[in-house]
Design a protein around this ligand. Structure first.
Ligand code: SIN
Ligand code: FE2
Length: 213
């Protein structure tokens, strides 16, 4: 009820020990994040990666930072070079790094200095199957995930694939942080419902910040 009266009031929702949704945390910086994102995408456009099993992912991806997450027939890896362009990934914008550090701190973790930011673009119908983020060498650092654009249903489970998953609605400006005992929790995104977001259009954009090494 209070939410109806004070819709923009920040709200934190614990998901598990070590995992929390910081509701609206990125909202005051959303326009700046989107402007920086546009410059990254101009240098490293979104593309649909192929999984090691040969499937084309429905989510389109790109990266910024010292290394970027890539998948192809040979497997998953962090690579300093964008395989599409043969050049290094775009540098991580200052606004991105600052948001990641501030969100990690707000969630009770030590200061995060991310070296990778995976950028996901979901168009209506796109989804991300349940998975763990485990390609990083440093599992002490949390994952910080920023949602922009259309709302999605985030699935957050436990350390084993068969554990029950919670379904959480993530909206423009919401930030999820998971680390510590929840660092290897399974998570995913349900197929994106169609819609039109006033600032972002017919899509959801997600930034995940990682410290890979
Ligand atoms: C991810 O797991 O890489 C992205 C999660 C999300 O899009 O919310
Ligand atoms: Fe993930």
């Amino acid at each position: 009820m209070m939410d109806d009266l004070f819709g923009s009031e920040p709200r934190d929702l614990p998901l598990a020990t070590g995992a929390v949704v910081l509701g609206g945390f990125a909202l005051p910086r959303a326009d700046a994040l989107l402007a920086a994102l546009r410059e990254v995408v101009a240098q490293a456009p979104f593309r649909h990666l192929i999984t090691p099993g040969g499937y084309r992912m429905s989510v389109a991806m790109t990266n910024c930072g010292a290394v970027g997450w890539v998948s192809d027939r040979s497997g998953y890896r962090y690579d300093p070079v964008d395989p599409e362009s043969g050049r290094h990934w775009p540098a991580m914008p200052e606004a991105f790094a600052a948001l990641a550090a501030d969100a990690a701190t707000a969630a009770g973790f030590a200061r995060l200095v991310p070296d990778a930011c995976l950028i996901n673009r979901y168009e209506p119908g796109a989804k991300l199957s349940l998975h763990q983020d485990k390609d990083e060498l440093d599992l002490d650092a949390p994952i910080v995930s920023v949602s922009l654009g259309l709302p999605a249903t985030f699935l957050f489970g436990g350390l084993s694939r068969n554990d029950r998953t919670r379904r959480v609605r993530l909206s423009h400006g919401d930030v999820v942080v998971w680390g510590g005992p929840a660092r290897l929790a399974y998570h995913g995104v349900a197929p994106l419902p169609d819609g039109e977001h006033p600032q972002v259009g017919r899509q959801r954009l997600n930034l995940t910040f990682r410290k890979t090494r």
